[in-house]
Design a protein around this ligand. Structure first.
Ligand code: MG
Length: 339
């Protein structure tokens, strides 16, 4: 692979992408925050602008998913949910999104109609408005289908924004449901197992679940385990906080179908994207209450406490047969164009 041209790994969310961003984006931008808010340098799920008693949380996300329609969703639902979730995991109530659409000449208007209806339904679930957007068309041979770029705006009381770097020793780690559903369903669909498979993407807006957890309190850190999967999210959370994490493999919810596809394709379910899940650190004395609150919400039925934060430098998984393995962040996403 050439070092001076972009390749697929540069967009895969792993170490290769991080190095590229550091070299080309972070080094070239001079002003990266406003009013001392969360900045570009923080590389969190979103950034913030403190204003009076509040912080405005902003995030932006490009969507290049292939195929555009897949079991459990489409590019419209993933654009809305992905953006809403990045705002929500900052502890901010999502208020509105903007959506830019770039289409290939010849794209069916009926498909665009379906995609926008789907985006709208997803926003309705969490009372988010679509307040502005942009539409562009490119010649047929210059673009594949449709690309959507979505920006989200949310609001939190000053000092109540939740970071992905806030884990503290003793915290419990909660996941809001089964891992690997989106990446594995997309992969099995692409491999030709079709819509008949039981496996569906988990793509969904997470604000209602997060609101329940925040109302109980004790949430120290959050992240949505999208590209790079759970393995990437938990490693990023641990390394930003300078802590270790010990996980119990038996406690981590993974669907039987995900295991099956994972074995067939040789892809680790921890390394593929989730589009309707949150990884949280929660104070130990609040963890059970937060878990129960999440379980009572739609999309939270399979939530679980899967481990805890310890002193150390690694994410370790205790296996059912008494062994342990280090869970590392993937170098690149094994499944490209999943979101
Ligand atoms: Mg995120």
């Amino acid at each position: 692979m050439s070092d001076d041209k972009i390749n697929m790994n540069h967009g895969a969310g792993g170490e290769v992408m991080a190095n590229l961003i550091s070299r080309t984006v972070l080094d070239n931008i001079t002003k990266k925050s406003v009013n001392g808010g969360i900045s570009l340098d923080d590389l969190d799920d979103g950034a913030s602008i403190p204003l009076g008693d509040y912080e405005i949380v902003v995030t932006t996300d490009g969507h290049t998913i292939d195929p555009l329609f897949f079991p459990g969703g489409d590019i419209g639902r993933i654009s809305a949910a992905g953006t809403i979730n990045d705002v929500s995991v900052m502890g901010a109530k999502p208020l509105a999104i903007s959506n830019a659409i770039i289409m290939q000449e010849g794209f069916p208007i009926e498909d665009l109609d379906t995609i926008i209806k789907s985006l709208n339904e997803t926003c309705e679930e969490v009372d988010v408005a679509v307040i502005t957007g942009d539409t562009k068309v490119m010649p047929q041979d210059k673009l594949d289908g449709i690309v959507m770029v979505t920006t989200g705006v949310g609001i939190a009381k000053k000092g109540e924004v939740v970071r992905d770097s806030g884990l503290q020793v003793g915290d419990k780690i909660i996941v809001t449901g089964s891992l690997g559903d989106h990446g594995m369903s997309l992969m099995s669909f692409r491999e030709g197992f079709g819509f008949e498979t039981e496996l569906k993407s988990d793509v969904a807006p997470m604000w209602n679940i997060i609101k329940k957890a925040l109302d109980i309190g004790g949430v120290t850190a959050m992240k949505d385990p999208t590209r790079g999967g759970f393995a990437n999210a938990i490693n990023e959370m641990a390394s930003k906080a300078g802590v270790g994490v010990v996980l119990e493999q038996d406690a981590i919810p993974i669907k039987q179908e995900v295991h099956a596809v994972s074995e067939m394709l040789g892809i680790d379910p921890f390394e593929v994207a989730n589009e309707g899940k949150v990884v949280m650190g929660v104070k130990a004395d609040k963890a059970e209450a937060v878990l129960e609150a999440i379980k009572s919400e739609k999309y939270g039925e399979n939530a679980a406490i899967i481990g805890e934060v310890v002193e150390g430098d690694y994410v370790v998984v205790n296996t059912p047969i008494g062994g342990e393995r280090i869970l590392e962040a993937p170098i690149a996403d094994p499944v490209p164009r999943v979101c």
